[in-house]
Write a protein that binds this ligand. Structure first.
Ligand code: TMP
Length: 209
């Protein structure tokens, strides 16, 4: 299936299985942008808005939601994150670089497994693509061992599921090969300083001169 759709210039997304280090690298990139006075906004999905809060309840297991409900909540949260007041589209219009920890590729990978590929594909079909997708590749065994110190693991944070997510991500990301979006795969098993440099190399290549 062709994945050609609108691309949002200046929009950058970090994706990878749980424990692959996207959140750490988002923070490092934010620090670097601040030092360089690059006008930017940094955000994440699930968001910290009301729909995102509900998703966190479901991920913790406190709200025992149907997999299809979770898929719909992620799509609703994404619409707010993108089009809501001061959302990604507003920030890009204001001339900022917008960087998000996770986006629709997470739904296609995770919810593609929990409720079948059709529903998340349909729910996410109309969202535009980022200019740059940074795909963090990490062996699930290493990712899970990195998460051992975390308290209260969420419903997806177990080795069997993460192995399936890793395969699903490979399929999902390669389905966008001809989309016109720039995709950079990073070896997330390297130390954080090394990964930070790889992120910077990819990001600086798309920054306006
Ligand atoms: P986080 O660990 O990056 O905060 O993300 C929370 C969890 O939500 C993580 O296991 C990935 C999952 N997730 C989905 O299943 N679908 C989505 O669309 C998004 C954005 C995240």
């Amino acid at each position: 299936m062709s994945q050609k759709r609108e691309i949002l210039p200046g929009f950058i997304v970090l994706e990878g299985i749980d424990g692959s280090g996207t959140t750490t690298q988002l923070k490092r990139l934010e620090t670097r942008f601040k030092k360089l006075h690059i006008r930017s906004c940094f955000s994440f999905e699930p968001s910290n808005g009301p729909v995102g809060e509900l998703i966190r309840e479901a991920l913790s297991g406190r709200f025992n939601a149907l997999p299809s409900t979770i898929a719909r909540l992620f799509a609703a949260d994404r619409a707010e994150h993108l089009y809501g007041s001061k959302g990604i589209v507003d920030q890009l219009k204001a001339g900022k670089i917008a960087v998000s920890d996770r986006y629709l590729f997470s739904s296609l990978a995770y919810q593609g497994l929990t409720c079948g590929e059709e529903l998340p594909a349909m729910l996410n079909a109309s969202f535009p693509l980022p200019e740059l997708l940074l795909f963090f590749k990490l062996d699930p065994d290493t990712a899970i061992s990195r998460m051992q110190s975390r308290k209260g693991l969420e419903i997806y944070e177990n080795l069997d599921f993460q192995k399936r997510v890793a395969n699903a991500y490979d399929r999902v990301v390669s389905s966008f090969d001809d989309s016109g979006m720039k995709i950079v795969c990073l070896d997330a098993s390297n130390n954080p300083e090394f990964v930070e440099e790889a992120v910077w190399q990819a990001v600086s290549a798309i920054l306006p001169a």
